[in-house]
Design a protein around this ligand. Structure first.
Ligand code: ZN
Ligand code: FE
Length: 272
């Protein structure tokens, strides 16, 4: 059965703003039988204050009404598609008590969720790995000094995320594990770092297998002009397969037209 395990909704502040219902109708048209709504959990002010982005990320969504709205849609379409309600949960170093608290509050309503690392330590506090090239340059390249070291810093944080005690509602699927490669064609135009920090990636995969985690096989990177690669790339898919780590397709759709994108690429990659 076709399943999309990573999507956003009209609640997303950096999405297209189109109605979630239109995303769901598109998923039905594309033949999906299962569809996870994984909106970003709000970030705490305390964390934002320790980033240079407090202005950009200032607005926050009403998660109660998100859950209520999604429950209505789930019911409305229950005969046509199985909708799973959940969230994309950020691993936020140093504010784990917040994440534990918010997961304890909303976790009982979640049916499928993702744990993602978007922020790691960098220049002037916590920095996004997927914001833009200039931000990556200033926040991460200048802090870690080499592109490979940025990867190492990212994967260290993912390891922390895997080991963190976030309570019983901690998601068991890791979002876009290699998103630190989003600007690879800019920072590594010759592809010399195609398997950067591969030893750490292997270590993460082994840990994931031992602790029952699955992988978000996220195709969003294919559509970023500085990436043109899935998160995770083929060499990681291969290893994950050997280790029998379940992989779930994720469109990471932020717009209706992105629902179900590159599903054929995903199918091909996991069949090799
Ligand atoms: Zn994400
Ligand atoms: Fe996402």
């Amino acid at each position: 059965m076709k399943r999309d395990g990573h999507t956003h909704t009209h609640y997303c502040l950096h999405g297209s703003g189109e109605e979630t219902e239109a995303f769901i109708i598109k998923a039905i048209q594309e033949g999906f039988g299962m569809y996870s709504l994984t909106e970003h959990l709000p970030l705490p002010k305390k964390f934002l204050a320790a980033t240079p982005y407090s202005q950009e990320f200032e607005e926050s969504i009403d998660f109660d009404s998100y859950i209520r709205d999604m429950q209505k849609l789930k019911k409305k379409y229950k005969d046509r598609i199985k909708i799973l309600i959940g969230a994309e949960v950020d691993y936020l170093p140093e504010v784990q008590e917040y994440t534990r608290m918010i997961l304890n509050e909303y976790g009982p309503y979640f049916e499928d969720s993702i744990l993602s690392v978007h922020f790691i330590k960098g220049t002037k506090g916590w920095r996004c790995v997927d914001y833009n090239i200039q931000d990556y340059q200033e926040g991460l390249m200048e802090y870690y000094t080499t592109y490979e070291q940025v990867h190492r810093g990212y994967y260290r944080t993912v390891k922390e995320a895997l080991q963190a005690d976030l309570g019983k509602y901690k998601p068991k699927r890791i979002g876009h594990l290699t998103i630190c490669r989003k600007f690879q064609l800019h920072f590594d135009p010759q592809g010399l770092q195609r398997q950067a920090a591969g030893d750490q990636v292997l270590d993460l995969l082994v840990y994931m297998r031992e602790h029952g985690y699955s992988l978000d096989m996220n195709v969003a990177g294919l559509f970023k002009e500085e990436c043109l690669e899935t998160y995770v790339p083929q060499w990681v898919v291969q290893t994950a397969k050997k280790l029998e780590i379940p992989m779930v397709y994720g469109s990471d759709a932020h717009a209706v037209q992105e629902v179900g994108r590159a599903y054929d690429v995903y199918e091909k990659m996991i069949s090799i």
